[in-house]
Design a protein around this ligand. Structure first.
Ligand code: DSN
Length: 421
């Protein structure tokens, strides 16, 4: 441990709580020992992890830099101010709020800033690739507000902009949300802006999945078009598990008040500092190369899976993720997830548009390349992984799954997550 830094000291944790220390070791082994294809996960850097494991965790800092409700905030004020400036610079945004604890809490704040209970909003339906916080009945957004949902067109399986426009004209929503959790294609933010303007709605882009690609200049940005952009910071962006909001200057006060004091109390200053670190990392040429490699890898993996009989929804991907329809193989998403899991490949079952199966079974799987790209894998490895997934999905033999797991081990040994020093 450094003379000047307390935190992230594993020996200290081992002495105090060997049980939890062992869980940290076990989780690191799990990450290192498998192929991680959850599209919403990544391997954040040791620098980000260090900021999160620091004494900044101790500080109560309700309020914003220079306007806190506690004394002693002069140091954490600097961290938050640096982070805000980095976010504004990286995304060319008028205003940034780094305090939301997560993507879901960022979205609660967006609703709080612009809507009142009972107001109507328009968003993508969950079974077509939306998100729980975009109006699912079990979420605050579906319980307290009135969601109207658009989906994808049956033929293209891409967002049906004609339907978005028609529903907007019919329901006059106060807010329109673009974005979701299983959208493999680029979103036409200009079209959404035009529809929002036509009906006088706020345009909220939930960029959680793809903001890292925007940061790395690999895809176009929603920031010029949206009134407000919310996102998580731990997906392609590779920051700490947390949330963030960008908005136009005219909405800055409303967003800040909705984050604190409406939605949250004290910010997690260690996580705010970690977000600042991630934003610095994301502004580098190295990160830009990473972001474009994530897409190249996603395209390669999708092509490999298609060659093995798994149909890519929309015919392919422009981003970090793909949705594969397994109906042609006669295997459910749930069975595919289990079989891959037994083979050391971590991915999730996923509903596909117009899915005949219930969500707990699902006809598809979702794969993403943020983590394997962080490990340094390229298109050759993506082709290998596609073949391993195919073998795992098509077999219910434990022997075959064990054989695949051994091959997974060779790959993860060659491209380790968190390499040993
Ligand atoms: N549940 C996350 C995902 O996996 O896409 C988004 O919140």
């Amino acid at each position: 441990m450094s003379d000047v830094f307390y935190g992230s000291d594993f020996d200290e944790l081992t002495n105090t709580d060997p049980e939890i220390a062992q869980i940290l070791i076990d989780e690191l082994s799990r990450l290192r020992g498998g192929i991680q294809l959850i599209a919403s996960e990544n391997f954040t850097s040791p620098a980000v992890l260090t900021a999160m494991g620091s004494t900044l965790s101790n500080k109560y800092a309700e309020g914003y830099p220079g306007k806190r409700y506690y004394g002693g905030c002069e140091v954490v004020d600097v961290a938050e101010t640096i982070g805000i400036q980095r976010a504004k610079d990286l995304f060319d945004a008028d205003h940034a709020n780094l305090q939301p604890h997560s993507g879901a809490s960022a979205n609660i704040a967006v609703f709080g800033a612009f809507l009142s209970p009972g107001d109507t909003f328009l968003s993508m339906s969950l079974p077509h690739g939306g998100h729980l916080t975009h109006g699912a009945k079990v979420s605050f957004s579906g319980k307290w507000f009135n969601p109207v949902h658009y989906g994808v067109a049956e033929g293209t399986e891409d967002i049906d902009y004609d339907q978005v426009r028609a529903l907007a004209r019919e329901h006059k929503p106060k807010m329109i949300i673009a974005g979701g959790s299983a959208i493999p294609r680029l979103i036409d933010f200009k079209a959404f802006r035009e529809i929002a303007d036509e009906v006088g709605a706020i345009l909220h882009v939930d960029a959680a999945h793809f903001i890292g690609l925007v940061a790395g200049k690999a895809i176009h940005s929603p920031v010029p078009y949206a009134d407000v952009v919310s996102f998580t910071t731990h997906k392609v962006l590779r920051g700490p598990r947390s949330g963030m909001i960008l908005c136009k200057q005219e909405h800055a006060a409303a967003i800040d008040k909705a984050v604190f004091p409406m939605m949250q109390g004290g910010p997690l200053m260690h996580v705010v500092a970690a977000k600042a670190v991630a934003l610095k990392e994301a502004a580098t040429h190295e990160y830009q190369k990473y972001a474009s490699d994530v897409i190249v890898n996603a395209k390669a993996m999708t092509a490999g899976l298609e060659a093995e009989g798994m149909r890519p929804v929309t015919g392919g991907t422009d981003t970090h993720l793909a949705l594969l329809d397994l109906q042609g193989l006669g295997v459910s998403g749930r069975d595919a997830e289990d079989r891959c899991g037994a083979s050391g490949i971590v991915l999730n079952k996923n509903a596909i548009p117009y899915d005949p199966a219930p969500p707990s079974v699902a006809s598809g799987i979702r794969v993403g390349t943020p983590s394997v790209t962080t490990q340094g894998m390229g298109v050759t490895e993506m082709a290998t992984i596609a073949r391993l997934i195919s073998r795992a999905v098509k077999s219910d033999s434990a022997t075959e799954h064990a054989a695949i797991k051994a091959e997974v081990g060779q790959l993860t040994d060659a491209f380790p997550a968190y390499p040993r020093g």
